[in-house]
Design a protein around this ligand. Structure first.
Ligand code: ADP
Length: 287
């Protein structure tokens, strides 16, 4: 057990969703709530309470970033099929944090300029700076997911990327960035419902992309690509977490707990004053 259990959790979230060698994408219950025994009402209440705690922890990280040159940052990587809820995760979980301490980046189809560079080029440019919580909505893992499923480059090119990514992430961790990798899994049925809602509601048309339905035809290939990604890039320094997403409240609560765990492990303290507090009090009183 890596932290104490909190209300509602019989197994701490970090342990309940961490990938193990026996994790099978095909068998994953996407409607499940691993480690959590409470219902939606409790989950939603906790999301607010724990979100407030997360916000306080993030402020401390930000304060340290302002006060010291020690490089400490956190990077949350969200990977998931369309409709898994990546955008909602950013709004509802990251939304608890002070925006000035958040570096958000979303990675879509590479631009012409990005295509001229190595696939990690755009990733390196978006890494969180000292004191920041970075959030990647999609990431370098697209280069072993969509790229592989659609044969955008030949296997000789994507195959070495698993090792290359492990190496890249190890360097990142050694330089002071804590990685939280979250693979978000929605079921094929729930995805259909969410896409149908987008087609039913004019306020959701903007989220609908006809290509999403095309991608459903590649579901088995994607599941295999996700399996290989988990098998080959879940490392000690940067493990994957597998989060069922059919219940949005659960996935958001689980990721809130992953962030809290990572920030608590940094064991941050408020930076000491770099001025004489008593002198300043006296000056203020006299002013
Ligand atoms: P979203 O669908 O998440 O709202 P976008 O429409 O901007 O965001 O872009 C996402 C699309 O970009 C996805 O279909 C994704 O697979 C694709 N994509 C991301 N990275 C790459 C890449 N390296 N190569 C090809 N396609 C990519």
């Amino acid at each position: 057990m890596s932290n104490k259990s909190h209300e509602g959790w019989s197994v701490p979230a970090v342990d309940a969703v961490r990938v193990t060698p026996s994790t099978r994408v095909a068998d994953l219950d996407r409607n499940g709530t691993p480690g959590f025994d409470g219902d939606k009402a409790l989950g939603e209440r906790l999301l607010e309470e724990r979100g407030a705690h997360l916000s306080a922890l993030q402020e401390k990280l930000y304060a340290n970033g302002r006060a010291t040159d020690e490089n400490r940052s956190v990077l949350l990587i969200l990977q998931g099929m369309d409709t898994a809820g990546k955008g909602g995760m950013v709004r509802n979980v990251i939304g608890h944090m002070d925006p000035q301490g958040v570096d958000h980046a979303a990675f879509g189809v590479p631009t012409e300029e990005e295509k001229r560079h190595h696939y990690l080029w755009r990733i390196r440019k978006a890494l969180p700076r000292n004191g920041q919580v970075g959030v990647f909505d999609r990431s370098h893992y697209e280069d072993v997911l969509v790229v592989r499923v659609h044969n955008l480059v030949p296997p000789e090119q994507w195959e070495p990327r698993y090792d290359e990514i492990n190496h890249f992430e190890k360097e990142l961790v050694e330089s002071g960035t804590t990685l939280i990798k979250v693979a978000m899994f929605v079921s094929l049925d729930e995805q259909k419902k969410r896409l149908a809602e987008r087609l039913d509601r004019p306020d959701k048309y903007w989220k609908y992309n006809p290509g999403d339905v095309t991608e459903r035809g590649y579901w088995p290939q994607y599941q295999q690509a996700y399996q290989d990604m988990l098998d080959r890039t879940s490392t000690e320094h940067a493990p994957w977490h597998v989060v069922p997403c059919d219940r949005k409240w659960y996935s958001r609560l689980a990721v809130t707990e992953l962030l809290i765990d990572a920030l608590e492990r940094l064991d941050l303290h408020w930076p000491p004053a770099d001025f004489d507090v008593e002198v300043e009090k006296a000056r203020l009183a006299a002013s």
